[in-house]
Design a protein around this ligand. Structure first.
Ligand SMILES: Nc1ncnc2c1ncn2[C@@H]1O[C@H](COP(=O)(O)OP(=O)(O)O)[C@@H](O)[C@H]1O
Ligand SMILES: [Mg+2]
Length: 600
């Protein structure tokens, strides 16, 4: 569980309520399955009755005609049971498949709508295990368990009624075994719940390990840490195996014990029933019917315990699903939120404070007014809050205090979708989805035609570059765009942003990891896309600032300097220091390149 707090007792019913809400949409088919299951049970109740009639009447009296008709009835009953069973299995499997598909979809779309804060708090593997694994446990208990138990309960009650009508005395003796069976279930129940809760957690941590080690494979390989990854995965695997073994150990004791209780039941019928025959209180037919009713009698006890066991598993799963469902997006559209038409692109930060974690402010009183079409460079040491500032502007988080205005509208009064459609965001590292270059650019505006995309690329001057790729615009990029270098991925990001024709453009250190070969191309594309747009450039390369109308220097969440590139250099403050440091680095790099030619 990602929340540390414990559930109050009052909320213990919550997982059950949650489970019911998950199956509610499928209740019609579940009800049909229940009816089929009940019909099956009723049919099976008649079978021992016919058996008794065959033995006590037909055979005992030598009534051949009735014997034949009873055999026909018996055969048709068995046939009916077979048909009902087949029908039931079909309805259940298809309902189960639909339910789990629905539930996964519901969870996934819920997760998609959550705010960024959630994803920095919760690990991907944990979310995946809830969507993939826990949903399966719900399917198992509701679809297979619950329906079976309805039919079994009918069989149980029917069996008791039928048995009592034949011999009350023997029925009472058989019933003596019920408390024994219940005691066994109670003894094991809570232990099973604990074991299954633990397994669910271990499944999640295994998923987390697998996901993180695969997602980080480049880093792992480049630092030759495969062994560490292997060891940590192995540990998680073993941990999970231990939990599984603990549950298996419980099962090892549980099932034979229940079988034993059942054996006791059969023994009672044999012994006491035999005694009653000798005493002349019951007939042989009743004795045989009782033995065959025992099956109906014990089935619900066994399936109850089985169900109890899988209910525990499903409760543990449902707690985790419910927890995920209760995560509300932190950033929400207000009821009266408006759509923005084309905007001028004025941006105002008014006394903006922000904290990711309570009590640790990352931005402390930012005041900044950006005129429409103005280019603002944002500079500052790592961790000073630059990225946070632009994430707030996109409203990926809500400010903790103060407000942000676009064309005079508080961004919290604007529909998120409408707000974001006005903004072109080029992040530091661009994620490419599996698919073609064309598809990846189209992400900027899904309704854009191929021609529009080509047009945009021509405007940006990257058309030739894309055409030079093996399949041009139709070149497939790998899962993480491995085929393209960081700089080339940034070109795609610029095209994506341009496709929206945004009024506000944000570049977050878009040039920092770029290879020299692509840099020129990217620089030109960026200069073109900036034209006539309000632009916020988080600049790692300070030369970018010389393209800006104004530069803002941020340190520890505060604006410490403001002015043009030249003004700031003259002021010899933090900006000047950063500039010097970068110059030194550049000179170092040059020297390094020169060294082999002129060895000292
Ligand atoms: N998701 C997050 N959760 C908690 N703290 C964060 C998160 N993202 C960034 N921070 C912290 O906020 C501060 C500012 O981060 P950031 O805005 O990314 O800085 P910059 O872009 O200037 O390098 C840093 O101290 C960073 O550790
Ligand atoms: Mg940053």
């Amino acid at each position: 569980m990602w929340r540390k707090e414990r559930m109050p007792r009052r909320q213990a019913l919550r997982p059950i309520k949650a489970m019911l809400s998950f199956i509610a949409p499928h209740r019609k088919w579940l009800a049909i399955a229940c009816i089929i299951s009940i019909m099956g049970s009723m049919v099976s109740l008649v079978v021992p009755y016919i058996l008794r009639s065959i033995i006590d009447h037909d055979i005992a009296r030598g009534d051949f005609v009735r014997f034949l008709s009873d055999i026909v009835i018996l055969t048709s009953l068995v046939l009916a049971m077979w048909i009902l069973e087949t029908l039931n299995t079909y309805v259940l499997s298809s309902t189960g498949a639909r339910l789990v598909c629905d539930l996964r979809f519901k969870l996934f779309s819920h997760v998609q709508n959550l705010s960024l804060g959630f994803f920095s708090r919760v690990r991907t593997g944990d979310i995946m295990s809830r969507i993939m694994e826990d949903t399966g446990a719900i399917e198992e208990v509701f679809v297979y368990g619950l329906v079976a138990i309805v039919g079994d309960m009918i069989a149980f009650i029917g069996a008791i009624i039928m048995m009592s009508s034949m011999s009350l005395e023997l029925t009472l003796v058989v019933c003596l075994v019920i408390p024994l069976a219940l005691a066994v279930c109670l003894l094991f129940g809570s232990r099973f719940l604990r074991a299954y809760r633990e397994i669910r957690k271990k499944v999640a941590s295994l998923m987390i390990k697998a996901q993180e080690n695969i997602a980080g494979i480049r880093t792992i390989k480049s630092y030759a840490r495969e062994r560490d990854a292997f060891i940590s995965f192995d540990e998680a695997c073993r941990d999970m195996m231990k939990s599984n073994l603990r549950a298996a150990w419980l099962a090892v004791w549980f099932w034979p014990t229940i079988q034993m209780v059942r054996g006791v039941g059969s023994f009672v019928v044999l012994a006491y029933g035999g005694y009653l025959i000798i005493r002349g209180s019951i007939t042989l037919g009743i004795f045989i019917a009782f033995l065959s009713y025992l099956d109906q009698f014990y089935r619900p006890i066994i399936s109850l315990t089985w169900l109890y066991d899988s209910i525990q598993r499903a409760m543990a799963a449902s707690e985790r699903i419910d927890e995920l469902m209760r995560e509300a997006p932190e950033v929400k559209d207000r009821e009266e939120a408006i759509e923005l038409k084309k905007i001028r692109g004025e941006v105002v930060f008014e006394d903006v404070y922000f904290e990711y974690q309570k009590g640790i402010p990352v931005l402390k009183g930012i005041n900044l007014k950006i005129r429409p079409g103005e280019r603002i460079g944002i500079v500052g040491p790592t961790g000073s809050g630059k990225t946070t500032l632009v994430l707030l502007l996109c409203r990926l988080y809500d400010v903790s205090r103060g407000r942000i205005l676009i064309d005079g509208h508080d961004i919290r009064d604007i529909k998120q979708k409408s707000l974001r459609s006005q903004i072109g965001f080029i992040p530091q590292d661009t994620f490419l989805f599996p698919g073609t270059i064309m598809d990846n650019i189209r992400l900027g505006r899904p309704d854009a035609s191929d021609d529009e995309i080509v047009q945009v690329c021509k405007e940006l001057g990257i058309h030739e570059f894309i055409e030079s790729l093996p399949n041009g615009y139709q070149t497939e990029v790998g899962e993480k765009g491995f085929l393209l270098s960081a700089g080339q991925r940034q070109l795609i990001a610029v095209a994506r942003a341009m496709l929206r024709r945004p009024s506000i453009l944000i570049l977050d250190e878009a040039l920092s990891n770029v290879d020299p070969r692509t840099e020129l191309l990217l620089r030109r594309a960026i200069e073109r896309i900036m034209k006539g747009r309000t632009t916020i450039v988080i600049a790692h390369r300070l030369w970018l600032c010389s393209l800006c109308d104004r530069v803002v220097v941020i340190d520890k969440g505060r604006i410490v300097e403001e002015g043009t590139h030249e003004e700031l250099l003259r002021r010899k403050g933090l900006y000047y220091e950063l500039y010097l440091a970068q110059m030194e680095k550049l000179i170092d790099e040059k020297l390094l390149r020169i060294r082999p030619i002129r060895p000292s």
